[in-house]
Design a protein around this ligand. Structure first.
Ligand SMILES: [Zn+2]
Length: 171
């Protein structure tokens, strides 16, 4: 087990003992695991490096307080609305549909939280991905005060969800 480092937290910037933060929440991987709780991590460029995994990518990113805060503010609402309420089932058999009833600030900020953590992660999966310091400062503020900003800022692309849902059945 890795020793938990004491470093500035990615969100509150306080020097604290950092937690193992999943870059993308573990529940997002749930449909990929087999009955033994394993999934395969395959890189099409390096097929010989494929291996079984039992956890999604994580890094020491946030302190415990911030980890708990983002879990309550963003991850639990997303889990409830997107997975438990099966929002994508509404798209079955349609070429397009407007999905309503999602809490917009939490929904948008959930995705930006994953982007934020990916930029801070030292996991090899996110090598080469790094937001600019000004973007990180902006996201840090938005995440701390639950501010989704203007629609055009850090725009999400819902058609991408539809495309992925059609390909994989679920996300
Ligand atoms: Zn913190």
């Amino acid at each position: 087990m890795s020793t938990r480092p004491t470093s500035p937290c990615g969100l509150c910037r306080e020097v604290r003992v950092l937690c193992r933060s999943h870059v993308i929440p573990e529940f997002c991987y749930s449909s990929m695991y087999d009955d033994n709780g394993c999934a395969y991590n395959a890189d099409p460029l390096y097929p010989d490096s494929s291996r079984k995994v039992q956890s999604g990518a994580w890094s020491f990113i946030l302190c415990e307080d911030c980890e708990n805060e983002v879990n309550e503010k963003y991850e639990k609402p997303f889990l409830k609305h997107w997975y438990k309420n099966k929002v994508l089932d509404l798209l079955a058999g349609s070429r397009g549909k407007i999905i309503g009833g999602l809490p917009y600030p939490e929904f948008k900020l959930f995705h930006l939280l994953n982007l934020f953590r990916a930029s801070l992660s030292d996991h090899p999966m996110f090598d080469g991905f790094e937001l600019k310091p000004a973007q990180m400062d902006r996201l840090r503020h938005m995440l701390r005060v639950v501010d989704p900003a203007e629609n055009g800022d850090f725009r999400l692309s819902p058609p991408r969800y539809k495309e992925l849902a059609a390909r994989f059945g679920t996300l």
